[in-house]
Design a protein around this ligand. Structure first.
Ligand SMILES: Cc1cc2nc3c(=O)[nH]c(=O)nc-3n(C[C@H](O)[C@H](O)[C@H](O)COP(=O)(O)OP(=O)(O)OC[C@H]3O[C@@H](n4cnc5c(N)ncnc54)[C@H](O)[C@@H]3O)c2cc1C
Length: 455
């Protein structure tokens, strides 16, 4: 019996950065693909500051000129600030003192394949729409306002993506399905692959301000206005992001642990302002004449998780649909884009060979697992022994290796040496209650490396 041809070669669920970059890569290579996006774009979204490894994807997709035309603020670096009464710590492993007020510029380290010394901050409504339109320009079919309800994998010859239009149940067949549904993790939920992160249970509340002078917290006011700022708060495991959206609009978000987060909307907003007040200059800047809140508060909750597998027979998970790691280093969009950079090659290979078993997507799965494991460990160190991060950034022996991680170049090493070094210091400090840094251990990621160092 001759099998009928599927409607599309590849069906992509979700039109965020993961889905639209995947569609762009595939359509550019001449693959017949379709994107199902449940929202009508543009829609607002959290995750507004990129890291430079996203530039490779923009370049490969001929998207850089559009990023420039859109005039998104250029992001030249990142800065971390501490409350003014923060102590200065002496690191006895290298004589380095860290005052928890550090910054990096991306131009300090050349990145292979990246010719510019900045990346971007983006209004996600605008950026996501542009990237989806770019994919459509290469020939990808895009259905907006179509929410996928599930995928039927029972037919051995194709997968069927199910959705309803009005009251009518419909389905579209394809050889491979890409789940790019973000934190909704459609396929991961359906196949019961999702594992909640045992450690991170962060919540965030965020909004936009117009007219806030974002240089008030900068050490070098002339050159750091368009950096991302992470302001540490005196409250454990709590920090604030400050991200430029336009010349005058700034995104401000508080990230904290679930236990600090009240149920009612009013008390969450009160909590936002209490947190901001713990950094008086920031509070005064946001409340100054000429600065006003221009968006309603939005919150995001309990977001860290992994998936048992990132691919299966006829299916690949990309972006947040595959894994979510705490956003402290602004990694999400870049990971989403790089998922497509790696996964589209395996998908094209599978279409050419006709082999759609999970093994066909092995290269993608192992590459992304390596990258996100590095991110995860880096973030774990950060929360466990914050002063170590700032000390390493300031230490010339380690600075460029840390910068490499911050630039998003995490995929090529099984574990970068700098991370191994940081992890072993954390273990040393944990084991020795008399260590000068012992008192600075955070509780959130306690003993997270114990297993790896059980020797
Ligand atoms: C508090 C917080 C702060 C963050 N800050 C940053 C940051 O500064 N920088 C950064 O890079 N990242 C940040 N992130 C992460 C970033 O938001 C995500 O990693 C990024 O959006 C992932 O892109 P994606 O395409 O995988 O998913 P999304 O951007 O979420 O896109 C998924 C799309 O799928 C659609 N969809 C969902 N379900 C269905 C369905 N059933 N059918 C059809 N369509 C569907 C959705 O409507 C959505 O458009 C942050 C995240 C959080 C929670």
């Amino acid at each position: 019996m001759k099998h009928s041809e599927p409607d599309f070669e590849v069906g992509i669920i979700g039109g965020g950065p993961a889905g639209s970059s995947m569609a762009a890569y595939l359509a550019k290579a001449g693959i017949n693909c379709v994107v199902f996006e449940r929202e009508i774009m543009p829609r607002p979204h959290v995750g507004e500051s990129l890291v430079p490894s996203s530039t490779r994807v923009f370049k490969e997709l001929n998207f850089l000129p559009k990023m420039e035309e859109a005039k998104f603020p250029h992001k030249f670096g990142a800065a971390w600030t501490a409350a003014s009464d923060a102590k200065v710590y002496d690191m006895d492993f290298g004589g380095v003192s860290a005052d928890c007020h550090v910054d990096v510029r991306f131009e300090e380290r050349d990145q292979p394949g990246v010719a510019q010394n900045y990346t971007y901050h983006v209004d996600r409504g605008k950026f996501d729409l542009m990237l989806l339109q770019h994919a459509s320009g290469f020939g990808a079919k895009v259905y907006e306002g179509v929410g996928v309800t599930g995928v039927d994998f029972t037919d051995p010859n194709h997968a069927a993506v199910k959705y309803s239009i009005g009251k009518k149940e419909m389905s579209t067949t394809c050889r491979v399905v890409v789940d790019a549904s973000g934190r909704k993790t459609l396929v991961g939920n359906q196949l019961k692959w999702r594992i909640q992160d045992p450690v991170f249970d962060q919540y965030a509340i965020h909004t936009w301000f117009d007219g806030y002078d974002r240089r008030v917290m900068a050490k070098r006011k002339e050159t750091m206005g368009d950096f991302i700022f992470i302001h540490f708060l005196p409250i454990t495991n709590t920090w604030v992001w400050q991200i430029p959206i336009t010349d005058t609009v700034t995104s401000i978000g508080v990230v904290t642990q679930k236990k600090n987060f009240a149920k009612s909307k009013e008390s969450r907003e009160k909590y936002f302002w209490e947190c901001i007040k713990s950094r008086p200059e920031l509070y005064e800047g946001l409340k100054a004449q000429g600065s006003q809140q221009i968006r309603a508060f939005k919150d995001e909750g309990d977001y860290s998780y992994a998936m048992r597998q990132l691919a299966g027979d006829r299916v690949v998970l990309v972006g947040d649909a595959g894994r979510f790691v705490d956003p402290i280093f602004s990694t999400g969009v870049s990971i989403a884009l790089n998922c497509s950079r790696f996964a589209h090659k395996d998908i094209i290979g599978a279409l050419e060979s006709g082999d759609f078993r999970r093994e066909a997507f092995n290269t993608y799965e192992s590459t992304i697992r390596r990258g996100t494991r590095n991110w995860y460990n880096f973030i774990t160190v950060y929360y466990r022994l914050n002063v170590l991060f700032t000390a390493f950034v300031q230490d010339p022996r380690y600075r460029l290796d840390v910068l490499k991680l911050l630039q998003g170049d995490v995929y090529d090493d099984a574990e970068p040496a700098v991370l191994t070094r940081m992890r072993s210091i954390v273990t040393e400090v944990e084991k020795n209650p008399k260590h000068s840094l012992h008192g600075f251990l955070g509780d959130l990621t306690a003993n997270a490396f114990a297993e790896a160092h059980s020797d």
